[in-house]
Design a protein around this ligand. Structure first.
Ligand SMILES: Nc1ncnc2c1ncn2[C@@H]1O[C@H](COP(=O)(O)OP(=O)(O)OP(=O)(O)O)[C@@H](O)[C@H]1O
Ligand SMILES: [Mg+2]
Length: 238
């Protein structure tokens, strides 16, 4: 399958059409952005690492019965996946308080939450991705009805449980992450986009070392080394 037309260029990926109307190709870029695009950089090889990490995690989740857009990894930087109509809700799952949750609600950084917190953000860069409650989602017609919101929450929690288990045996703690969902050509809601340390916070379970994009946000350096370590641990047979 070959790239045909550039459909969209985002901060982390280029999305290409193919000769099959139901299939797109994601090209993973080496660009890094944070704080809604205010901080920018480029790390050679980052795109390939995110593609490989996403591929491994999509494969794992598919084996566990989670429907997603993933079809195949084509080469270092390219993933073949289903085309979807993006649901403009960023579904965020948090197991440990940090980042904006700690800042906004004054919850101590690093506090283990009593249950997984699922949050919805409006996927709209111009508005700065504001928080949404269920009524906002319905008023904005981001989904058809309440049952779809319940389904997004259910899937997010299920994915969280599966990924927590997967990471725990690899000495990685899943702190929080962002998911995107879309509708495929049969109108099924499926998991889309990427599953990478650009969108996940992961801490080494022993040292507490940050293994994700916070290294870039906080100027800690060593981002690629950390992503390589995440990939190596993900590929370990357990
Ligand atoms: N299967 C899919 N079908 C159609 N669009 C998709 C699919 N998977 C992901 N996308 C969309 O493609 C784009 C990927 O680009 P990229 O990740 O670079 O976006 P972005 O600029 O980082 O935006 P954001 O910060 O909101 O992720 C996103 O808008 C994402 O919603
Ligand atoms: Mg993105």
């Amino acid at each position: 399958m070959k790239k045909e037309q550039l459909i969209y260029e985002g901060k982390a990926k280029k999305i290409w059409s193919t000769l099959s109307p139901d299939l797109y190709i994601s090209e993973f870029k080496d660009d890094l952005t944070a704080f809604n695009g205010e901080k920018k950089s480029n790390e050679k090889g980052k795109g390939a690492l995110n593609n490989k990490i996403s591929t491994a995690l999509f494969r794992y989740l598919q084996k566990k019965g989670v429907p997603s857009h993933f079809v195949d990894m084509l080469d270092e930087n390219h993933m073949l996946h289903k085309r979807a109509d993006v649901i403009l809700i960023e579904v965020i799952v948090r197991n440990i308080a940090t980042g904006s949750l700690s800042r906004n609600l004054g919850i101590e950084d690093g506090k283990v939450l009593p249950f997984a917190l699922v949050e919805f953000d409006y996927k709209d860069d111009e508005l700065g991705d504001p928080k949404l409650n269920d009524q906002h989602c319905l008023i904005l017609e981001l989904v058809k009805d309440q049952s779809e919101l319940d389904y997004l929450r259910y899937m997010a929690r299920r994915i969280n449980t599966l990924l927590q288990e997967f990471y725990a045996v690899r000495d990685l703690t899943l702190v929080d992450f962002k998911l995107e969902f879309g509708r495929d050509s049969d109108d099924n809601i499926i998991l889309i986009d990427e599953l990478s340390p650009d969108n996940f916070r992961l801490w080494d379970s022993n040292s507490g070392e940050k293994m994700d994009k916070d290294r870039f946000r906080e100027g800690l350096g060593g981002l690629k080394v950390a992503y390589e370590e995440v990939l190596n641990r993900i590929l370990m047979e357990k």
